[in-house]
Design a protein around this ligand. Structure first.
Ligand code: UDP
Ligand code: MG
Length: 325
């Protein structure tokens, strides 16, 4: 028989994090015990190639409230979190990074706001210690640009560190899109939101898994999965160019009528041709980004595959693979 659901589940995606698992458990478990004895931790191994699985398995054998869902390969953090949410059974679920950048001491505050009746309680960073100036600058630019075009606001300085009530988790899990930009999905589901401020700590050990190329792709994901504005931009731009060329054309006709037609203008011709060629290629690329996503969604593949499962005292047996709707 399965135990009744725990009060609180932690979902922790891990990818090559052997060095921080023990430190994470040592710090987070006393905090959880203060809140309730009915907690579980769901680690999601996102295809680690180091000793992460062994480290989590050790913790699991020492503590039956720790579960491990091992994915068959690296699927990326967004999908790893979804796998964790699928497995977690808590009445409230907190998503947290394993590297202790999200201080576990904030969890009681998140739970307090949930007990006041909020469904989504996000932790808002006040400072980003140990992050480079360039990373802060790019993050700032990204959220400004995203919010300028997104259909629903996406709060800046808010990461994946947050608490979701059971009904918010269930709502989120109904969104089975393959291209998952979780920050967009959290905001799409709505419900009552609250926030808790915190100071983001530097990484406890190991290195960040997100280099600039990954972050760049992450931003494209954000834009394309949350807005079709870029697709429309090409039409507005084309319209503006067309209006300008009509004005310029009339100006040329007037000038020819008044002053005759000395042959000139090869450089300006070339500039216009090259410029428009570039604009057309960019627009094609934008269409391609969306088309590729449509292609990937229509394949209806499962979001992830589970290779191994070490259940917690509370965790359900391996869920059946999500059925296409
Ligand atoms: N992570 C993951 N899969 C990945 C990359 C990262 O599960 O492909 C996990 C990682 O183990 C960590 C969390 O996501 O628990 C945040 O990663 P990281 O600290 O590298 O990101 P940063 O804090 O630099 O944004
Ligand atoms: Mg980190």
């Amino acid at each position: 028989m399965r135990a009744s659901p725990p009060v609180l589940s932690l979902v922790v995606p891990v990818f090559n994090e052997e060095g921080v698992i023990d430190a994470f458990c040592a710090r987070v478990i006393p905090t959880l015990e203060q809140i309730t004895p009915e907690w579980e931790i769901v680690f999601v191994n996102d295809g680690s190639r180091d000793g992460t699985v062994a480290a989590v398995a050790r913790q699991h054998h020492a503590e039956p409230r720790i579960a491990l869902v091992s994915l068959s390969r690296n699927f990326g953090k967004e999908i790893a979190m979804t796998a964790g949410l699928d497995a977690a059974r808590g009445q409230a679920v907190v998503i947290i990074d394993v590297d202790l950048q999200d201080p576990p001491e904030v969890i009681p505050d998140l739970v307090a706001k949930w007990r006041e009746g909020n469904d989504v309680v996000f932790a808002r960073r006040l400072e980003r210690e140990g992050e480079t100036f360039l990373k802060r600058l790019t993050a700032y630019g990204f959220y400004r640009a995203l919010n300028a075009i997104a259909d629903r606001p996406i709060p800046p300085d808010v990461g994946d560190f947050r608490l979701l009530s059971r009904r918010a988790v269930d709502a989120l899990l109904r969104l089975r899109e393959r291209h998952r930009f979780m920050k967009g999905l959290y905001s799409w589901i709505g419900f009552r939101e609250a926030e808790v401020p915190y100071v983001r700590a530097p990484r406890a050990a190991g290195t960040s898994k997100f280099n600039y190329w990954r972050l760049w792709n992450f931003s494209i994901e954000g834009f394309t999965s949350f807005s079709i504005r870029p697709l429309q931009m090409a039409s507005y731009f084309g319209f503006a160019i067309a209006v300008l060329s009509v004005i310029y054309g009339s100006f040329m006709v007037m000038r020819t009528l008044l002053y005759g037609n000395p042959v000139a203008g090869y450089p300006s011709l070339l500039v216009v041709v090259l410029f428009l060629g570039g604009v057309q290629l960019i627009s094609l690329g934008v269409i391609g980004e969306y088309l590729g996503r449509v292609f990937n969604e229509t394949k209806q593949r499962p979001l992830y595959l589970v290779a191994d499962l070490l259940p917690s005292r509370y965790t359900a047996p391996p869920p059946a693979p999500p059925q296409p709707d």
